[in-house]
Ligand binder design. Structure first.
Ligand code: ADP
Length: 384
């Protein structure tokens, strides 16, 4: 199939920043790409060949959009799977395949899948409704503390709550959920696996999420992770196992915990480009977005090796600021060595909204980490 400067059409469900960074690749390759998103002002609106507004959970919108393309992919999991199944039956190539998406869209199903396939993960109990947890605590089926997770459609930490006392359950939605053992982890790690249609597989190096010591927010994604090589090896092997068993095509980002005993436990996966791989745009031979496009078009996969150490800092809306966005001190940051800001194109900021990220590359990881800290302390996402 000729994808380049041809009649071939790719579709992306979701028009956020991940879609925008996929569009950088489809533009580079001159692959015709159309995007569906509910918001007329989505970051993807300018980079694609055709932009459609519509509800990603609505059967008719997704079906009509998908019927018009040759290959359909996603940049968000919250999409109507029934429409994707019908499209798949009718010959549209859908990646990730709906079988993989079914498992991933529901955290309870995901966890049952890990248990079934003997993939190491934290112990858990599934509940049809949050209200059932009280009984389970009363009869000893469950004990405090634990982590409550909504089975469906949590995102960026919403839909996750650490329960240390009974009152912490107050106000949670009464939905299908899991109660998971609280893991005393040393590190949060991630590995991105790429799998092409014909089965070529590559893994990116293990990255490490460094947390703010008090705020418990990821501050830096660091590649390569500063961990022992045997731990990194184990993390890559486990990510490969998950990838093989889940049967995805395209990228699979595998988030993991490194426990105090250096065990690796799979937390969750995402079948698409991922925040933990943004560093790759500047630091890798082939960035994650290009790799995803190569994989779903069954093109040869590129090298996942890094050219330099890479650190990514998320730019999130500052607390107390809602309204038209201003990126304060951008010039100071641009003066630093090896720094590339990415601005997603969301006109309105609000506290903790992901508005952009900055990548820092350097031959020396220690230097990169110092510069990353300067970036973090200097740039502010505020409203005017
Ligand atoms: P989301 O889908 O919203 O990203 P996650 O399942 O990744 O939710 O959880 C968000 C964060 O909560 C994780 O990055 C981790 O810091 C913390 N967390 C999740 N599960 C556990 C657990 N079992 N033990 C300890 N911390 C956890």
């Amino acid at each position: 199939m000729n994808y380049f400067s041809s009649d071939f059409k790719m579709g992306i469900l979701g028009g956020g920043q991940l879609g925008k960074m996929l569009l950088n690749v489809t533009r580079k390759f001159d692959i015709y790409t159309q995007v569906l998103d509910p918001s007329e002002t989505a970051p993807c609106r300018t980079g694609c060949n055709a932009f459609f507004t519509g509800d990603l959970l609505d059967f008719d919108s997704v079906y009509a959009f998908g019927k018009d393309v040759d290959v359909l992919t996603i940049e968000i999991e919250k999409v109507n799977i029934e429409a994707l199944e019908k499209l798949e039956h009718e010959g549209v190539k859908v990646f990730p395949p709906t079988g993989a998406l079914h498992i991933i869209q529901n955290k309870a199903k995901q966890k049952l899948f890990y248990r079934d396939k003997q993939i190491p993960t934290a112990p858990f109990v599934r509940f049809a409704y949050t209200s059932e947890i009280h009984d389970s605590l009363a009869n000893g089926g469950l004990s405090l503390p634990f982590v409550w997770k909504s089975a469906q459609f949590g995102y960026d930490g919403q839909g996750v709550k650490i329960i240390r006392a009974l009152q912490d359950l107050d106000g949670l939605p009464n939905v299908e959920c899991i109660a998971e053992e609280l893991v005393p982890f040393k590190n949060e790690l991630a590995v991105i696996v790429a799998r092409s249609v014909s089965g070529q597989v590559t893994t990116y190096p293990v990255v490490e999420m460094e947390f703010h010591p008090e705020a418990n927010q990821v501050e830096y994604v660091i590649c390569p992770a500063r961990i022992a090589s045997h731990v990194a090896q184990k993390a890559r092997e486990i990510a490969l196992q998950v990838s093989e068993k889940i049967g995805h095509v395209g990228l699979l980002a595998v988030e993991m915990f490194q426990t105090v005993e250096d065990e690796i436990l799979v937390n969750e996966v995402a079948p698409r480009p991922h925040n933990s791989g943004h560093y790759s745009i500047e630091a890798s031979y082939t960035d994650q977005f290009e790799q995803h496009i190569r994989a779903i078009l069954d093109l040869p996969l590129g090298s996942t090796d890094s050219k330099v150490a890479g650190i990514m800092v998320n730019l999130v809306g500052a607390e107390g600021h809602t309204g038209d966005v201003v990126y304060q001190n951008m010039e100071e940051v641009l003066r630093l060595e090896g720094v590339t800001p990415h601005i997603y194109g969301k006109k309105q900021t609000r506290p903790f909204r992901k508005m952009g990220h900055v990548t820092i590359v350097n031959n020396d990881m220690v230097k990169a980490r110092e510069i990353a800290q300067k970036v973090k302390e200097t740039i502010k996402v505020i409203s005017n």
